[in-house]
Design a protein around this ligand. Structure first.
Ligand code: GLN
Length: 198
């Protein structure tokens, strides 16, 4: 099984390590030829406007859209969630996404004064108790289409009830960063999605 991590910008290394700890030798993807060799792709956290710009200049926007349309499993964390959204609110006017998940996300939704915070989040499908979820200038999901399953919401605090984890078919997205906490359950869940799609 070959899993790639989109390596244009963001916390690529953290995702590569989380996958390595999940017993998968993942590789960075920067070029269309590298994309062609992977069975699944992780889109890291970072800055979605930068990832969008670089995806256009590296010729990856359309090839990734096409692989998504063909059913390739993709997991996006934070900026990666934004890159999978059909509609992005508070984005830059020229910001592109890979599409795929029928949802509307709002960038930097948790408020400017709260740059980052941590909160427990239960993820449907993943056992073992709530995630200690780390949010950094994170988006949330404001609307989901009929085919989108809501997997997780913020459990407590001002943002309680906000949708922060979703799945639609082979696409998985979290507004938080499991790659920063050493909790491998989301990565292992994604690896299983890729295995099942082989
Ligand atoms: N605010 C960033 C964006 O809009 C996402 C932040 C992150 O990935 N931690 O892309």
């Amino acid at each position: 099984m070959n899993i790639g991590v989109l390596a244009l910008q963001g916390d690529v290394r953290e995702h590569l390590s989380a996958l390595a700890e999940s017993d998968v030798l993942a590789r960075p993807v920067r070029r269309p030829e590298e994309l062609a060799g992977v069975d699944g792709l992780v889109i890291p956290g970072g800055e979605s406007t930068a990832i969008s710009n670089l995806a256009v200049s590296f010729g990856l926007l359309d090839p990734i859209r096409k692989r998504i349309a063909d059913g390739m499993p993709v997991y996006g964390s934070c900026a990666g969630m934004i890159m999978l959204a059909g509609t992005v609110l508070d984005g830059r006017p020229d910001q592109e996404s890979f599409q795929g998940i029928d949802m509307t996300v709002r960038r930097n939704a948790f408020g400017r004064q709260v740059d980052s915070f941590e909160a427990p989040v239960e993820i449907e499908d993943i056992e073992g108790g709530p995630f200690h979820a780390v949010f950094i200038r994170a988006p949330w999901v404001e609307e989901t289409g009929r085919d989108v399953r809501v997997l997780g919401r913020v459990a407590e605090g001002d943002a309680a009830g906000r949708i922060v984890a979703v799945r639609q078919g082979n696409l998985l997205a979290t507004a938080f960063h499991p790659e920063l906490t050493g909790d491998l359950r989301v990565h292992r869940y994604f690896v299983e999605m890729v295995r099942q799609a082989l």
